[in-house]
Design a protein around this ligand. Structure first.
Ligand SMILES: N[C@@H](CCC(=O)N[C@@H](CS)C(=O)NCC(=O)O)C(=O)O
Length: 209
């Protein structure tokens, strides 16, 4: 069966979720046309974009049969099936479950909380959030710190986030930590394992995707 292949990705290069797909594609060695949407001016709320996948959010990927897919991990799962090497989501059921477990932990514990701090405490982000609750942004700050320390503890006993090799869990975690630049922050200096892992991940060619 020949499966439809990716034609273009609708994204905003500064946004973390499209970046996760960009890094995933780069790790696979696959090049896809990139269409930049200006989300700060609301381009993604226009009908032209909404009609693609039925959501304003990015990333959205367009396939050769005209199908549009949204949701970062759903997109990555399809790309993993199309381009199995290198494996980034697990090569047997237990490994796949463990990678998904860690991916989800860093997505919900780290990336989501960093995004909430950014979206609710930076006035310019009102363009996306529409109703900002600065107290909520402040409440998420200790959650970010806890997630960073939990991840550091994990990386003290494992070379990568989910297992002994680079996976989608490392992509989510490293993109999340990179996103902290918007807050002019980085992980605490005493998170040595985390900072060492992050420095190594930044050396990968996919990191500049
Ligand atoms: N569940 C979605 C979340 C995507 C998401 O939050 N995208 C952000 C960019 S990182 C977005 O579209 N922001 C624009 C907005 O919220 O209006 C996924 O994983 O793809």
């Amino acid at each position: 069966m020949s499966l439809p292949t990716p034609v273009r990705i609708y994204e905003s290069r500064r946004a973390p979720n499209p970046r996760r797909v960009g890094v995933f594609l780069a790790e696979k060695g696959v090049e896809v046309e990139r269409v930049e949407l200006d989300i700060m001016s609301g381009q993604h709320f226009q009908e032209e974009h909404l009609s693609r996948a039925g959501t304003h959010q990015i990333p959205v990927i367009e396939l050769s049969d005209g199908t549009f897919l949204s949701e970062t991990v759903a997109i990555c799962r399809y790309l993993e099936a199309l381009y199995p090497d290198p494996n980034l989501m697990g090569s047997h059921p237990m490994e796949a479950a463990q990678i998904e477990m860690w991916q989800r932990r860093v997505e919900m514990g780290l990336l989501l909380n960093i995004a909430q701090v950014i979206r609710h405490t930076i006035p310019a982000m009102n363009a996306l959030e529409h109703v900002q609750v600065p107290e909520w942004g402040e409440a998420c700050k200790p959650r970010v710190e806890k997630s960073l320390r939990d991840l550091n503890a994990r990386l003290e006993v494992s070379p990568f986030v989910a297992c002994d090799r680079f996976t989608i869990a490392d992509i989510t975690a490293s993109v999340a930590i990179g996103f902290m630049r918007v807050l002019r922050q980085s992980p605490p200096e005493d998170c040595v394992a985390l900072n060492t892992w992050f420095a190594n991940v930044k050396e990968r060619p996919s990191s500049s995707a």
